[in-house]
Write a protein of this length. Structure first.
Length: 95
């Protein structure tokens, strides 16, 4: 999973509200990612830019998160990443 500007969340027709309205913190998202896909978590953790973007995303208000999510949705690979990101944000409150 990449939460960087280079990867993406989903195509524009997908529901981004689970990401925009999440109450999870950074640690919860990372734990959920590790549980969902250890290989993707390792790749994510090797990128300081990914971590910085996720921290900024989670610290932002919903309106700004919506804009950030829409930006990511337009990036190459967004559709391939959507299912994983959806699982992560759907389970992060369990961590």
């Amino acid at each position: 999973m990449s939460l960087t500007a280079g990867a993406g969340l989903a195509s524009a027709d997908r529901d981004l509200s689970p990401f925009v309205n999440t109450t999870c913190n950074y640690g919860q998202v990372i734990s959920a990612l590790q549980a969902a896909d250890p290989q993707a978590a390792a790749q994510f953790n090797s990128s300081p830019e990914s971590g910085a973007f996720l921290r900024q995303f989670l610290a932002s208000p919903p309106g700004q998160r919506q804009q950030m999510a829409q930006m990511l949705a337009g990036q190459p690979g967004a559709d391939q990443q959507f299912e994983l990101v959806q699982r992560v944000f759907g389970t992060c409150n369990n961590y």
